[in-house]
Design a protein around this ligand. Structure first.
Ligand code: NAD
Length: 357
């Protein structure tokens, strides 16, 4: 039986769900506004082929909840939302299509701010901006960056520095051994940051050309496959490719005392956070440390300067330390503590906790 969408929204504490059709362009969209307690619900506009409207709505709700937590843990004045568009077979007029996206966003009167996500681009957001002011990730702003992956990687580096300080008592990454899975946009920039910080790297990616680039530019060593990479004795394992990489199969084989990487949804299930903790492995919660891109987008929305935005990304060091220290004090896993801190921040601004979480 198909899932009841509003039941799912209630279970996820998602406050609003909007469905919209534009007959002229064929636009079919769902906007989930999970929370506006801390500010307007900002989240990307995803253009994706969904099996059904229900599947699209469930994805929007799930992703919107993630945005609430990510914004809250990053101390941003934002709530969490997401727009998903059921990708049509063909978009005959992309300008008309994204103008309609802007008009759809306007229906929420600013409670939702849209941005780039899978399937959409800065150019698309520029079109949205012609019909709506509730959009960011456009090509105009106090400062713009073509690829925010470098900022994501910078935040992850700051968290690795905090983890190394907390777990290994070291103030430097000099000579430390870091293994990296995935050398795409984020993984490559993380490898660069780590190399510039003096770390030794061993890397693996399914694309040999990306591996060779890191060998050439950063003198990285190469693991022939992921299983070998995982079994290497290292100081830090940085997952930068896939979700659910920390699971029943992989966790017992990790030989690094720290796991911190760019990938989203690294834990196959929340219980795997405790599993890592029980094995003495310090896990830096993914959504708290890979928020560099969101911090940038938020900065664009609030018209912050480049220096202010970069300072917020540097602050991922302090956010990480706060999570690690509290997790140790309360004998809870770091992923649990990150969620608790995010919930507390929303609660503080919200009149009734049970209506938000
Ligand atoms: P990407 O597609 O550019 O890179 C992913 C890389 O992983 C690719 O090079 C791919 O070949 C490699 N890969 C895929 N399967 C693999 C496997 N089994 N073993 C080894 N390598 C494999 O994506 P990205 O933008 O670098 O993002 C990587 C991860 O980081 C994703 O989970 C993404 O959601 C997350 N993330 C990225 C950003 C960002 O700014 N790019 C921000 C937040 C989170």
């Amino acid at each position: 039986m198909e899932q009841d969408i509003l039941e799912y929204a209630a279970k996820m504490h998602c406050r609003e769900l909007h469905m919209s059709v534009d007959l002229a362009t064929g636009l079919k969209a769902v906007i989930a506004v999970h929370s506006t307690a801390l500010g307007p619900a900002l989240g990307g506009c995803r253009l994706f082929e969904y099996a059904s409207t229900t599947a699209a709505a469930i994805d929007a709700i799930r992703l919107a909840q993630g945005m609430t937590y990510k914004a809250a843990i990053s101390n941003l004045p934002l709530g969490g939302g997401k727009m998903v568009i059921l990708k049509p077979k063909q978009i005959s007029d992309r300008v008309a299509f994204f103008k309609a996206v802007g008009r759809t966003v306007n229906l929420l009167s600013g409670r939702y701010i849209t941005a780039v996500d899978i399937g959409t681009s800065v150019e698309d957001m520029d079109i949205v901006a012609t019909t709506s002011k509730f959009v960011t990730c456009t090509s105009t702003g106090l400062f713009t960056i073509a690829d925010p992956s470098a900022l994501t990687a910078r935040g992850v580096l700051r968290s690795i520095q905090a983890a190394v300080k907390f777990k290994l008592g070291k103030n430097t990454l000099e000579r430390l051994h870091v293994t990296i899975q995935g050398l795409g946009h984020a993984g490559y920039h993380l490898a660069k940051e780590l190399h510039e910080s003096g770390a030794r790297l061993t890397v693996f990616d399914v694309k040999p050309e990306l591996v060779q680039k890191c060998v050439k530019e950063f003198s990285a060593m190469v693991a022939p496959d992921f299983n070998t990479l995982l079994s290497l004795k290292a100081d830090v394992f940085a997952p930068c490719a896939l979700g659910a990489i920390l699971n029943d199969d992989t966790i017992p084989r990790i030989r690094a005392p720290i796991v911190a990487g760019c990938a989203n949804n690294q834990l196959a299930e929340p219980r795997h956070g405790r599993e890592l903790m029980d094995r003495g492995i310090l896990y830096a919660p993914d959504y708290a440390i890979n928020a560099g891109g969101l911090i940038y987008v938020s900065g664009q929305h609030t018209r912050s300067t480049e220096a202010e935005t970069k300072q917020n990304i540097e602050n991922i060091y302090n956010t990480s330390l706060e999570i690690f220290e509290r997790a140790e004090r309360e004998k809870r896993s770091t992923n649990e503590i990150a969620d608790i801190i995010a919930q507390e921040r929303v609660k503080k601004k919200s009149e009734s906790l049970e209506q938000v979480f």
